[in-house]
Design a protein around this ligand. Structure first.
Ligand SMILES: [Zn+2]
Length: 200
């Protein structure tokens, strides 16, 4: 039998789906929310309702964006669209942008090739990458993929796919710990990895 009224149990169930939030954490958050003034709860409700419509993905690169528009990077006139940095997912762009060293544009692949998990190349945005390489006369593609086996396999696969397009292909310098996620690397580490990138 549940301790709390059904609505509160349901809220805790949702909160528990966040990574790092267990039953106790969800209970504490729910009890804290009960003490919020009504206006604050109302504000949260409104923001959550807006979320699916207002927070969208850039039609050009797949980065996070607003209201169906292109992202800040793609809209900027100061960025060089002839250099594309390929990442697995958009949070890695946020890390790379913090280092403020990269002046090109990005391409979100949407994951990496993981045959053991049944994830092939077909579900990644590879055709879109090739199309951008051709459309913008891209001179360099930097592969900022994770350094685990799957990241490496994806990099090798992309290098093969891009080979016919006379584009320089490079990888971030090692220095990021093996298997580490770029999203959590500090700016200095990322800056070194970009500056010392190696040709493939
Ligand atoms: Zn974009």
């Amino acid at each position: 039998m549940s301790k709390y009224p059904e609505t509160l149990e349901n809220i805790m169930e949702v909160l528990k789906s966040f990574s790092g939030v267990g039953s106790r954490g969800a209970e504490r958050m729910m009890l804290a929310m009960l003490k919020w003034p009504e206006g604050k709860l109302q504000r949260l409700t409104e923001l959550l309702q807006e979320l699916p419509e207002r927070v969208t993905f850039c039609p050009e690169c797949g980065n996070i964006a607003s209201d169906g528009e292109k992202c800040n990077v793609c809209r900027s006139l100061l960025r060089n669209s002839e250099v594309i940095c390929v990442v697995e997912n958009f949070p890695q762009i946020i890390s790379l942008e913090k280092s403020a060293l990269f002046k090109g544009v990005y391409h979100v692949l949407g994951g990496k090739i993981a045959p053991l998990d049944g994830h092939g190349a077909d579900r990644l945005k590879i055709a879109e990458l090739v199309e951008r390489v051709q459309r913008h006369n891209v001179t360099e593609v930097i592969l900022a993929l994770s350094s685990d086996i799957e990241g490496q396999a994806t990099a090798v696969y992309l290098a093969q796919v891009l080979q016919p397009y006379k584009v320089k292909i490079s990888r971030l310098a090692q220095g990021l710990p093996a298997g580490s996620d770029l999203s959590y690397a500090d700016s200095a580490t990322i800056a070194v990895a970009i500056s010392n990138r190696t040709a493939m």
